[in-house]
Design a protein around this ligand. Sequence first.
Ligand SMILES: *Cc1c(COP(=O)(O)O)cnc(C)c1O
Length: 377
Amino acid sequence: MTTARILDFIKNRRPEGPCLVVDLDVVKGNYHAFRHAMPDSAIYYAVKANPAPEILSLLASLGSSFDCASVAEIQMALDAGATPDRISFGNTIKKERDIARAHALGVSLFAVDAHEEVEKIARAAPGARVFCRVLTSGEGAEWPLSRKFGCVPQMAVDVLVYAHQLGLESYGVSFHVGSQMTQVDAWDSALADAKRVFGSLAKQGIHLKMVNMGGGFPTRYLKDIPSAEAYGKAITAALRKHFGNSIPLTIIEPGRGMVGNAGVIKAEVVLISRKSDNDDARWVFLDIGKFGGLAETMDEAIRYPIRTVHDGGEMEPCVIAGPTCDSADVLYEKNMYPLPLSLTIGDEVLIEGTGAYTTTYSAVAFNGFEPLKAYVI
Ligand SMILES: *Cc1c(COP(=O)(O)O)cnc(C)c1O
């Protein structure tokens, strides 16, 4: 969403080079939409989506909690004003000394998906609460999360029993349906699995309290997406269906859905060329590419809306590429991107929906290009 505030900022400040501009009003609106759509769930913002201090402070002041993947992210959330009881160490892959550091900072909620990780937490954060992540299919997600995180539900039962035996509080179950999940009913089968884990543990006298329903809430790129309201309705219905009238505490961890539409990248056309005299395809090279922050164009997974000053004129499918000397730095080629015929070298373009997963993916100085600058307004 290119808001009037973002346009004014770019027009008046004329920032040099590619940069991301984030409108905090949009983030605030997104927070309220989640709050309203899922009033009974605690919101843990996934810090990795965009850890700009202004965003973290805003969300902390609105009452958000935080899903952190490292001690550095935990420190950022604390610096933004979050108290340790509002922080979850949600990465299932942690060094034992980082668990100890988080514990020393007061964090007492940890993700696990294996017996070995439970042992680390029992040693480094005795008595802490743990939740076990279960695998989901990832079907329907435009940025699926594969099998890297989570274990099968039957193993989750064993892991949580083990945690209980080692003196930890077996607190709940988590899952992530896959990022940019555009199907509102995707939570249903994962909640069915969560309920089965709850049931198996209850038979052994262990009463779980929480389901962490992860992120996955989408940002609008080129296609319309369901509203936060629609997700809230579908998820509430699935909770009722599987848990009846004993619905546990729930957490959601929006990352993309909280900040994606709040940011716009201003970029510039560096070169427009063809590969031969009779080449059909124009190649449009921008001053930002995969290594400058647009890593989610990998496999052309995320297709960002691109605005130019020539919109409305005649369009032609183009290959779009970044400025670095790495041949992987092509954004859209298999599925070419329509851009105006009158687009020329030096034109500014606005890449919308880039508030999430851009600044943190940008390389420090590959080929001497500076990391993506961000202005949060
Ligand atoms: C990345 C991540 C999120 C955020 O996912 P989105 O799809 O951006 O909402 C939430 N929870 C965990 C554990 C994550 O790793």
